[in-house]
Design a protein around this ligand. Structure first.
Ligand code: NAD
Ligand code: UGA
Length: 458
């Protein structure tokens, strides 16, 4: 079969895999190939056991894999044969040199740019899918035009807004798709080609276009605004605990103002995930680079409150449990950074675990999807940790349960059963406010929600 277009995606991660599976699914007329330097990851994408857990992903991948969706390690061949190349390699926070701990590490990105240049014999559209500092497209263009050969490259920015756990839903029906381009005839032509791909399933009015720098910046700003909303409600949760107010009631009253909106107002143990912190720090770094110290400080505060919230959670636990955690056995319900994913990158559970171990508590960790990642994250950390699948077995013999992830299954558990097998007095710290606190209190637990008065028997 001959395909209308050959699309390549470099980087088969949380973004590359699902986004390309959706394009292949919606556009049978295009051949979509996803390549990666990691052969294990590619083998997993080609197996029955996909490398990431995402509701609905298996079905989409299995419907199109081998037909118009292919996973491969042949990066150079992929580049040669494609007309449109999405780049969705990782762009983590830099850990060394200038900007360490703040700026984006663009080494993977630059390697890809050079590899595209070396292997291109025909004109190509390069699409930035990774989240990047503003003006990265300029660097990309400079690399791609550095040899002055005949091949023409048009660089577009098309940031991804999917959230993990709902990736398939978000890709199928996103609020918007954003495409930034140079406003030159060839930039606009490239932009139209990308619009045409999304128009296979998206209404045209939700495909928005902008200049390329606005597009790059919009991605960082979207994540910063989302995270800021969480830090705002988390900051208020601390005040609620002092003022006998209930953060859920406050969030409800505030969120019903349609100018503010009710989403992203769930107070929690803190936000996690691979991007919020990284992207805000990147924004802060950019602001400082341009000398905008006040703007940088403002956004840095969002990360500061998140760190405060995680530490506050540990201190609340210690305070409630008679000011010492040493020798106490604490069961963490959930380790993933949010429900419906096995991803643990920047999960608040990592910080909480390390702090609890520092206080010499013993940990039992349970999670339906993230136990393997939890083991890797805590590898080498000093202290006693066990990993148990079954939440009843995990909490048996513990002094406390601390909910880290809002998995639906935890709200369905028989807490009478857990309570009967725990050390008394038994404590429950609900870091996600997902449980029925009154019922838990009636069972006998001493209950400590986030941003609500505690319910204790003493
Ligand atoms: P990831 O780490 O899951 O995947 C990146 C992949 O790129 C890895 O498999 C890695 O092996 C591969 N890679 C790195 N260098 C390569 C190279 N030179 N050639 C080929 N492959 C290479 O990362 P991710 O979560 O998919 O994120 C990718 C980008 O998308 C980041 O910039 C991130 O900020 C952004 N983003 C992520 C999400 C998300 O939910 N995870 C959402 C929106 C945007
Ligand atoms: C986030 C954004 O929502 C996506 O739009 C974006 O594309 C993505 O980052 C990215 O750039 O990587 P994600 O991190 O997958 O997606 O998940 P979110 O649903 O945003 O949750 C992030 C964290 O905030 C989680 O730890 C979650 O539990 C926490 N959260 C979320 C709260 O604590 N309270 C809330 O009300 C909402």
């Amino acid at each position: 079969m001959t395909f209308k277009k050959n699309i390549l995606c470099i980087g088969a991660g949380y973004v590359g895999g699902p986004t390309m599976a959706m394009i292949a699914h919606k556009c049978p007329q295009y051949k979509v190939t996803v390549v990666d330097i990691n052969p294990t990851r590619i083998a997993e994408w080609n197996s029955d056991d996909l490398p990431i857990y995402e509701p609905g992903l298996d079905e989409v991948v299995k419907a199109v894999r081998g037909k118009n969706l292919f996973f491969s390690t042949e990066i150079e061949k992929g580049i040669r044969e494609s007309e449109i190349i999405f780049v969705s390699v990782n762009t983590p926070t830099k850990t060394f040199g200038a900007g360490a701990g703040m700026a984006a590490d663009l080494q993977y990105w630059e390697k890809t740019a050079r590899q595209i240049l070396q292997n291109s014999e025909s004109n190509k559209i390069i699409v930035e899918k990774s989240t990047l500092p503003v003006k990265t497209a300029l660097a990309m263009e400079r690399i791609l035009t550095s040899t002055g050969n005949e091949v023409r490259f048009d660089v577009l920015s098309n940031p991804e807004f999917l959230a993990e756990g709902t990736a398939i839903k978000d890709l199928e029906n996103p609020d918007r798709v954003l495409i930034g381009s140079r406003e030159t005839p060839s930039g606009l032509k490239a932009r139209d080609e990308l619009v045409e791909i999304y128009a296979n399933w998206m209404p045209k009015d939700r495909i928005i276009t902008s200049n390329i720098w606005s597009s790059e910046l919009s991605k960082l700003v979207s994540n910063a605004f989302l995270a800021q909303k969480i830090s705002s409600i988390n900051a208020i949760s601390a005040l609620c605990e002092k003022a006998d107010a209930d953060v859920t009631e406050v969030a409800r009253a505030v969120g019903m103002d349609s100018r503010l909106g009710s989403k992203f107002l769930n107070a929690s143990v803190g936000f996690g995930g691979s991007c919020f912190k990284k992207d805000i720090l990147n924004l802060v770094y950019l602001c400082r680079y341009y000398g905008l110290e006040e703007v940088a400080d403002y956004w840095h505060g969002v990360v500061g409150i998140n760190d405060y919230q995680k530490e506050r959670f540990v201190l609340n636990m210690m305070n409630a449990m008679f000011n010492t955690l040493a020798g106490k056995k604490i069961c963490l319900f959930g380790f993933a950074f949010k429900a419906d994913t096995g991803d643990t990158r920047e999960s608040p559970a990592i910080f909480i675990s390390k702090r609890l171990l520092e206080e010499r508590a013993e940990l039992v960790i349970t999670d339906p999807k993230a136990l393997d990642n939890a083991k890797t994250d805590l590898d080498g950390v000093v202290g006693k940790i066990s990993y148990i699948n079954d939440p009843y077995e995990a909490s048996a013999g513990c002094d406390a349960i601390a909910v880290m992830t809002e998995w639906n299954l935890y709200a369905q558990l028989d807490f009478e059963k857990s309570y009967s097998s725990m050390v008394k007095p038994a404590f429950l710290f609900d870091g996600r406010n997902i449980l029925d606190h009154k019922r838990l209190y009636e069972i006998g637990f001493n209950v400590f929600p986030i941003g609500k008065p505690p319910m204790t028997h003493f």
